[in-house]
Design a protein around this ligand. Sequence first.
Ligand code: HEM
Length: 405
Amino acid sequence: MPVSVFDLDLPTLDLLDVPFDQAQSVMRDMASEHWIVRNPFGFTVLRYDDVAAVLRDKRWHNAAGALPQMMGITDPEFLARDRVSILSAEGEMHTRLRRLVAPAFSPRAADRLRPFMREVINSLVDPVAALGRADIVSDICEPYPIPIICELLGAPKSDWQLFSRLAEDVLRIFNGNVLEELPIIMKAQDELDAYTRELIAERRSKPADDLITALIAAEEAGDKLDTEELVMMVSAVIVGGTDTTRNQLGCSVALFAEHPDQWAMLVDRPELASRAVDETMRYFGAVRGTGRFASEEIEYRGIVFPAGTMLMPSLAVANRDDNVFADSGTFDITREPASQPHLTLGSGIHYCLGASLAKAELQEALPILAKRMPNLRIDGDITWKPSNVGIFGPQHLPVTFTPTN
Ligand code: HEM
């Protein structure tokens, strides 16, 4: 007779005030005993096979739509504008959106931006290379993704500052004091939507070689995205593709700073860039977990999950599962690819749409940083973002290195 998950005798994971490192080791320890534990919102899934199974089961719906409520947002105006985004869409609606937009996010589309990515990262290193010291977060990670998103979308260079300001304000949603900043966030979202509508109108009459044009042209069996869906997609690219990339770059460099031999190896063997990116994302991913709720009653492993049950699949703990990644606690950029991928980019139907772009951005940035910032060392203390916000990474990452030109 299957038993309800609520009747199981499970330990509770409540890590709200526990420092990040400690929280990770508590979770990893728990994973050796339990595949699922309680948390204040529902349950946390800890092992690779179970995290992957939940993410690949379409009956578990994305909890992104419930995030504003979970953050304590009650502003009726904000909640009322809750439009369906590709991240929160499910079923037919998601399948249709994904089918229409996926070709525009192909590896080839990302590859076309690689020379530009190198240009951007070099321009950010230029002012600090000869100094031999930098704050990796404010000097490199923060400014890196916005010009790339602008170039991807096809926003004219003259608008980059405006675009960057609006994106920054919209991204305050991840800052931790969202309640205070809600008016700024909503105003920026309105301005960004208006700006995007103009850009779409322009591209409809004058197509260019950019993502907006590709999304306008995207068509399958006579079906096309309408203007509101195009505006939503641009917003999803900004929200999904900016803070994630910055924080992942920060996590990756912080990790390398603790492993100088691996940093040096990346200089000698830049062909390892692709493996290095996957390994840093596996070992220290910026997106630590995600959220799902049961859209109907679900039975899994002989356990009943009533409709509405909230699950947090822990991508980070799953990425350290020894059953999938041999010697998972060792950071090794020469690691042979495992039989299954790391989960920092998700899995299943919501697998990161920008995965090729994200990987390309990191694959271009890391070898250039390694070459131009040799003998990288942490200079003082790293301060970290609060670990209870969705995307984790360093807030300040002061480093010294051997000056270069
Ligand atoms: C290192 C950087 C990145 C990381 C770690 C990351 C991580 C993720 C994860 C874990 C998901 C799935 C969430 C879930 O299933 O609940 C996701 C989805 C998504 N990501 Fe990324 N992402 C990154 C970069 C990007 C970039 C550069 C873009 C845009 C160009 C992007 C756009 C999206 C979108 C639109 C979705 C929703 C896809 C869907 O629901 O079908 N991401 N990302």
